[in-house]
Design a binder for this molecule. Structure first.
Ligand SMILES: NC(=O)c1ccc[n+]([C@@H]2O[C@H](COP(=O)([O-])OP(=O)(O)OC[C@H]3O[C@@H](n4cnc5c(N)ncnc54)[C@H](OP(=O)(O)O)[C@@H]3O)[C@@H](O)[C@H]2O)c1
Length: 296
């Protein structure tokens, strides 16, 4: 085992995700220091072999690599402010959600205190930390990423450098994450429809997975249409989706389900038709998204 595999690591933030990160480092044999605003949450990690500091400056001073997993960039900056001087010469890695602007502000602050910075995101749940397929991606200097990649791979086998801009992790986190709530709402709506008729939500899981796999197979085609701006190829047109609005509304009324969350999607379809995209691929909706209502 090389020295790099044993890089001492400090984990800041011991919520659901931070606890899992710290545990993975301890179990992989890294000397692991932990800090949390509410110190009592560190107890199970100390039991596993982590060292706890109550002062964040002491925790930062303990390791060359600091992995922070607080709720937001603003919270991270607030918590770290008193430890700014101690950060010099160390690498700060963030694994929280947030806006690209928040990532840039923190990166600038860290650079001002002589620290290297990688703005990252972990695209999975705490239980998946350490799994070979778990994805983490990072923005920041290539050399910093290369130096830390082996250690970061303890958290997930699929560790990616997106580019040198420090906010790229946050940008991709927002872009990729945008699918989550609409996809879950669609699943919940389907479950509401079925349970209203006495069927279980579980009865549709097999079919929903097949449906999601179909969507998965379409993504490269849709992305290519967007990147080339050619909306003439795919079978499902804006008009086809527009025509189905009435079916959705009728279904909602028939089974007594609140489908009001569809309204903004219907509105997008109507605007796409009004803007002449009716015969184009559904991908042409991106042209409507690119013209916010206030700009049309
Ligand atoms: N959980 C997931 O499934 C998951 C998956 C991917 C990414 N993430 C991301 O990981 C980050 C952490 O998520 P989580 O699930 O671990 O959240 P969580 O369980 O709610 O924990 C939040 C952590 O942030 C700390 N914190 C919040 N505000 C703070 C402040 N002002 N000063 C100091 N500490 C503060 C909390 O400290 P206290 O304990 O003192 O309150 C706690 O350690 C989020 O950005 C989340 O989006 C989470």
């Amino acid at each position: 085992m090389t020295d790099r595999e044993h890089t001492p690591v400090t984990v800041l933030g011991l919520g659901s995700m931070g606890r899992a990160l710290a545990e993975a480092f301890v179990k992989a044999g890294h000397p692991t220091t932990v800090w949390n605003r509410s110190p009592e949450k560190a107890a199970p990690l100390v039991e596993l072999g982590a060292t706890q500091y109550v002062e964040i400056g002491d925790a930062v001073a303990a390791s060359p690599l600091i992995v922070s997993c607080l709720t937001t960039f603003a919270a991270t900056l607030d918590a770290l402010r008193s430890a700014g001087a101690t950060l010099s010469g160390r690498t700060l890695v963030t694994l929280n959600s947030g806006t690209p602007n928040g990532a840039r502000e923190l990166a600038t602050w860290a650079a001002g205190h002589g620290a290297e910075f990688l703005g990252g995101a972990i695209k999975n749940v705490p239980a998946a930390v350490g799994n070979p397929e778990t994805l983490l991606y990072f923005g920041g200097a290539r050399a910093t990423f290369d130096r830390q990649a082996d250690t970061l791979r303890v958290l997930g086998g699929d560790v990616v450098h997106l580019g040198t801009e420090p906010d790229l992790g946050a940008l991709y986190e927002s872009a990729v994450g945008a699918t989550l709530l609409p996809a879950l709402l669609g699943f919940f709506e389907g479950a509401a429809v079925l349970t209203a008729r006495g069927h279980t939500a579980s009865s549709m899981v097999h079919y929903s997975i097949k449906w999601l796999q179909m969507i998965e197979s379409l993504l490269p085609v849709l992305a290519d249409e967007i990147d080339t701006g050619d909306y003439t190829k795919l079978g499902a047109s804006v008009g086809l989706f527009h025509a189905a609005i009435g079916n959705d509304e009728e279904l909602g009324a028939e089974v007594g389900i609140d489908m009001s969350w569809h309204a903004p999607m219907y509105e997008l379809l109507r605007r796409a038709i009004a803007q002449g995209h009716g015969d184009q691929s559904i991908t042409a909706l991106i042209e409507v998204l690119r013209k916010p209502v206030s700009a049309t």
